[in-house]
Design a protein around this ligand. Structure first.
Ligand SMILES: [Zn+2]
Length: 288
C-alpha cells in the first residue's frame, strides 16, 4: 500500500514576535579581520513558545580577507538553535517544560498536553511524546557524541568556542542549561535543575573540558555562577559576556511596542485587500 505522508497542520502566526539574531563571532579567528555581514538569513522559522509564537531568523557573516585561508568561510548565528532545535517547530522552552513536568512533577504526557494547550500551545499527545524524547536526547548527549565533529571544527578554525546559556520555562522552577559550540553551531549537551552550584556546573562541563581541543573563548550571559564555572574549566580562554543576549534584553521592551503598533495597524487596515509580502533575502544553506 502506498505510504501517505503524515498530516502536518499548517499553522500561521501573523502576530508572532520577530527575533533576528546576529552571529556571535565578529572577527575571523584565523586572520583576525572583521567579518562582513551577509544580507541573507541562514535560517528562519516560526515556532511556538510558552511566551507565544516567535519568528526567529539568523544572519551570517564571512571572512573577506583574500589572503586568509578561511576566505569566504561563513559564520552563523548559533543561538538560533537555543530557541528551537533543528527541524523543530516548537521552542526549546516547550521541550524543557515537558521534561520538567514529566520528570520532576510526575505529570503524565496527556496531562502535560492539556497544560500546554491551556498555555496556548497547539500540540497533540503524540507530539508531546516526540518532544519529550528529543529533550532526553539533548540531556543524554556528551562530548564523546560530537568528538569527531568538534575535532573537525577545531582544525578548520584553530579551536572551538564554548557557550552556555540558561533558560527557565514559564510555569516551572527548573533551569535548563545548554552548552553549545559557537563555530559549528551545535547544541552539544544540557542539564536541568532547580538550583545549580558552580561545583555542579563544573562537574557537568568536565567531559568537555577533557576533550583535546584548543579553546579560543568562552561565552555566557552575566550570571556569576556560570561565568565562574567557565573560568574554572577553561582558565586560559578569554571569557566574553554574550553581547547578543545583552542586546536582546535591551530590545525586549521595544519589541512589545512594535507588536502593539503592528496589531493596531492591522486592525485599522484590516478591511483593505492583502498586498504581497516582501521577502528579505533568500535563505542560505543551514549549517547542518
Ligand atoms: Zn580570515
Amino acid at each position: 500500500m502506498e505510504k501517505r505522508p503524515r498530516h502536518r497542520p499548517h499553522r500561521e502566526y501573523p502576530d508572532a514576535k520577530r527575533l533576528i539574531l546576529a552571529p556571535e563571532v565578529e572577527v575571523c579567528p584565523i586572520c583576525g579581520q572583521g567579518l562582513k555581514s551577509r544580507r541573507n538569513w541562514h535560517s528562519r522559522k516560526t515556532i511556538q513558545t510558552l511566551k507565544g509564537p516567535l519568528f526567529v531568523a539568523g544572519r551570517s557573516k564571512e571572512c573577506q580577507n583574500p589572503t586568509c585561508r578561511n576566505y569566504g568561510k561563513r559564520y552563523y548565528a548559533s543561538r538560533v538553535w537555543l530557541y528551537s532545535l533543528p527541524q523543530s517547530s516548537y521552542g526549546l522552552d516547550v521541550l524543557a517544560y515537558i521534561g520538567w513536568q514529566h520528570e520532576h512533577e510526575h505529570h503524565q504526557l496527556v496531562e502535560i498536553q492539556r497544560e500546554l494547550n491551556q498555555r496556548g500551545i497547539e500540540v497533540n499527545e503524540r507530539n508531546v511524546g516526540k518532544l519529550y524524547r528529543q529533550f532526553l536526547v539533548l540531556l543524554s548527549a556528551s562530548g564523546e557524541h560530537f568528538k569527531g565533529e568538534l575535532m573537525e571544527t577545531a582544525k578548520e578554525y584553530g579551536g572551538v568556542i564554548w557557550a552556555v546559556d540558561a533558560l527557565q520555562p514559564e510555569g516551572t522552577s527548573g533551569m535548563l542549561y545548554v552548552l553549545y559550540e559557537v563555530l559549528s553551531g551545535k547544541p552539544v549537551g544540557a542539564i536541568q535543575r532547580e538550583h545549580v552550584s558552580e561545583k555542579e556546573l563544573v562537574k557537568w562541563l568536565d567531559p568537555y573540558q577533557n576533550l583535546p581541543l584548543p579553546v579560543l573563548a568562552t561565552l555566557s550571559d552575566g550570571e556569576n555562577t556560570l561565568m565562574a564555572a567557565l573560568k574554572t574549566c577553561w582558565p586560559q580562554a578569554p571569557h566574553q559576556r554574550c553581547q547578543v543576549h545583552f542586546l536582546n534584553n535591551l530590545v525586549a521592551d521595544l519589541l512589545d511596542h512594535d507588536d502593539e503598533l503592528r496589531k493596531d495597524m492591522r486592525q485599522d487596515l484590516g478591511g483593505l485587500p492583502k498586498v504581497p509580502q516582501n521577502t528579505p533575502g533568500e535563505p542560505d544553506s543551514p549549517p547542518l
